[in-house]
Design a binder for this molecule. Sequence first.
Ligand SMILES: Nc1ncnc2c1ncn2[C@@H]1O[C@H](COP(=O)(O)OP(=O)(O)OP(=O)(O)O)[C@@H](O)[C@H]1O
Ligand SMILES: O=P(O)(O)OC[C@H]1O[C@H](OP(=O)(O)OP(=O)(O)O)[C@H](O)[C@@H]1O
Length: 292
Amino acid sequence: MAVVHNPSHCLFAVPKKGRLYEQVTDMLKGAGVEYHREPRLDIAICKDLNMTMVFLPASDISKYVGEGNVDIGVTGIDIVEENVSEVERVMDLGFGKCRLCVQAPVASNITDVKSLAGKRIVTSFPTLTKKFFDPLDEELGVTTNIRFVSGSVEAACGLGLADAVVDLVETGTTMKAAGLEIVATVLQTEAVLITNPQSTHKNIVNLLKHRIEGFITSKKFVMVSYNCSKEVLEAVIKITPGKRSPTITQLTDGGHAVSSLVKKGEVVRVMDELHAAGAQDILVFELTNSRM
Ligand SMILES: Nc1ncnc2c1ncn2[C@@H]1O[C@H](COP(=O)(O)OP(=O)(O)OP(=O)(O)O)[C@@H](O)[C@H]1O
Ligand SMILES: O=P(O)(O)OC[C@H]1O[C@H](OP(=O)(O)OP(=O)(O)O)[C@H](O)[C@@H]1O
């Protein structure tokens, strides 16, 4: 059965496929944004919010949000900057991290990006590429030839279509396989939550922001709990000061139970230090959600 958009609903655009798709849908699930998407449909009604999800190409989302067709969306900072969209950046989301880089063939031995000014550049990001090369062109009195392609940018040098490309690099696998290397970085990017500044659904945008923040925090931290004697309490709480402060409970035997949030990347070191300082029964718990 066709899903019809209710015009009073807030519209939320998420990438329909590609690099951001899975992480965005996991984030929405973790943040309690529930919807049922019928196979092959690019629209879904939310279960507990007056909101309709629309699944669009990541590269179109900032345009739709900027033009007010959609209230809120998730896409890459690179796409927002490329489209020069009039959107409000609500929050960076911590995934989809990569760099937009000028890349040239390893064999060409180019180390100074200035030597690419006036040459042929192929990219899916013509606006950002022009913005990057314009000052160099002006300084050197040349005109860089920038050509747009929608995909497989890395193939352009090998095909003899370009002297260099401007493309995204995460692990560098694609770049290395094409015999390219980084000459300069144009932009650092990650996924971002954006909204139209004139959206009439500010309350839903705020609610989503808090829910997503809670989910992101829960992924960054674990809860560490342990027991300790009165004598070592001062020393151990210095090791686990928590996000605000640790929770300390007095035990009937005179000792204390402490629980505190610890950054995931620091938890093993913290456990070693707690143990060395005399803490016992140290337990680590994953968080599924949070609201600070
Ligand atoms: N290798 C990567 N690592 C991390 N994030 C990436 C990577 N490649 C792209 N992204 C981010 O994801 C966004 C969408 O890129 P993606 O290649 O998935 O786009 P797409 O062209 O819409 O999808 P597809 O390539 O499936 O057609 C990029 O603009 C960037 O913000
Ligand atoms: O540094 P890496 O980890 O290799 O990632 C970089 C590649 O990822 C993206 O392309 P994607 O694979 O999404 O396909 P696309 O070229 O069709 O967009 C991007 O355009 C690069 O080509």
